[in-house]
Ligand binder design. Structure first.
Ligand SMILES: [Zn+2]
Length: 411
């Protein structure tokens, strides 16, 4: 088989395109494949076969041939349509304006799903901007292709691009486990934007909105959904977060007190108290922790209060759930541990939403795993300089979008 025919097969060029020449440039470590076409071409606007006006030479990077970069070169005609005038014809192997063939772009997308932009650019010999361009185009394409759907159970969360900067609001599908919407800020307007993107039917289809106890999200949901108070749910993950912050405050304060009297028993224990004991893997720390939690420490008491709350999610009847939580609130309020008292007051004021989460069986699995995956995206990118880039990375990795460019073989 001549190399021309070989490349024609590999590239799978449809008529009227054909491979005219293949050139190997050893010095540049490059294979250049020249494609050409004849005859009339469809107008990109209406598809009507139209005569050629002139042409432009363009180059696309394609999948490497062994260790050689492979470049597809073609004179792309501009066609003259009677109705639409002069336009650059579409080529079947690449999307308009992309410097890569669709197959190469798909390869970059695959790599980007596994590694960060700098790694992918080193790996494929591209600039950072070129790789970033592929990611931005993929997200744009994916969002454009997305069909409106009904979602019965959604979760709302806030996250920051860097520690304490650029807050983002993220709406996800609890049952699908993917991100539906990302907006800048963590105020009510950020969540309003999501609700405003839905029509009445889709708004009414929402049965559960899981969230933390932030007033901004509560009031936005009350503004936009009918019967919102029956739908707002404060799930276990967010309640655990709130109580975890309480435990941490107690620990910090007690640690300081103990250090003043020469005891350093709480040194480096911050994360032990915040961990789910079932997830503790390290045996030494497990021993340390089982010793600590039985000590007569304020921190151990605060921790026990939190852990007890974590066991109050099994109820089936709302009446019994309410009783169980009220008993717990009484205990926490009498604990004489200020941060836990404060958290218990917050919970008392939001008890309806906790009961909703229990009755609707909103588990913490979704919110917890989404949160972990967002932390991973941040770690992979070493933080994000601007929220636009962070938003797109979230859509890219968690949006369940159809990211790949279309090729002529797709239709
Ligand atoms: Zn036309």
């Amino acid at each position: 088989m001549r190399d021309r025919d070989l490349y024609a097969k590999i590239l799978g060029l449809p008529a009227p395109w054909r491979v005219e020449d293949v050139e190997l440039d050893r010095e540049a470590r490059e294979v250049r494949v020249r494609a050409s076409s004849r005859g009339k071409m469809p107008c990109p606007e209406c598809g009507r076969l139209s005569p050629r006006h002139d042409h432009r030479e363009r180059r696309w990077r394609h999948l490497d041939t062994c260790q050689f970069q492979t470049i597809l070169v073609a004179n792309v005609p501009r066609v003259h349509c009677e109705e639409h005038g002069v336009h650059m014809a579409k080529v079947p192997w690449a999307e308009p304006r992309s410097p890569f063939t669709a197959m190469f772009e798909a390869l970059v997308i695959d790599w980007l799903l596994a590694a960060n932009t700098s790694t992918v650019s080193d790996l494929l010999g591209l600039t950072w901007d070129e790789v970033d361009g592929v990611q931005q185009r993929a997200v744009r394409r994916g969002l454009e292709r997305r069909q409106p759907e009904f979602h019965a159970r959604i979760g709302v969360d806030e996250t920051s691009a860097k520690k304490g900067h650029n807050y983002m609001t993220i709406v996800s599908s609890i049952d699908g486990g993917h991100v539906l919407y990302v907006a800048e800020g963590k105020d009510g307007a950020a969540l309003d934007g999501f609700y405003e993107s839905l029509n009445r039917e889709r708004l009414d289809a929402i049965r559960v909105v899981a969230m933390d106890m932030s007033n901004a999200y509560i009031s936005s949901t009350r503004r936009k959904l009918s019967d919102a108070d029956a739908k707002i749910a404060f799930d276990k993950f967010h309640v655990a977060q709130l109580l975890g912050q309480g435990v941490d405050k107690v620990r910090k304060h007690e640690h300081r007190e103990l250090l003043e009297t020469g005891f350093s028993i709480l040194t480096k224990t911050k994360y032990l108290w915040l961990m789910n004991p079932d997830n503790m893997k390290d045996e030494t720390w497990k021993d340390v922790f089982s010793f600590l939690k039985d000590e007569a420490l304020k921190t151990s008491r605060a921790w026990a209060i939190k852990e007890h709350a974590m066991s109050l999610w099994h109820y089936v009847s709302p009446t019994w759930a309410r009783k169980g939580w009220k008993r717990w609130i009484g205990w926490a309020v009498r604990s004489r541990l200020e941060p836990m008292k404060k958290a218990a007051h917050t919970i008392r004021n939001h008890l309806g939403g906790i009961i909703n989460a229990i009755i609707h069986k909103v588990t913490n699995a979704g919110a917890e795993s989404l949160n972990a995956r967002i932390q991973k995206i941040k770690a992979m990118a070493c933080g994000f300089r601007n929220s636009e880039r962070f938003r797109n990375a979230i859509y890219f990795h968690l949006g369940a979008l159809d990211l790949y460019p279309a090729t002529h073989t797709d239709s």
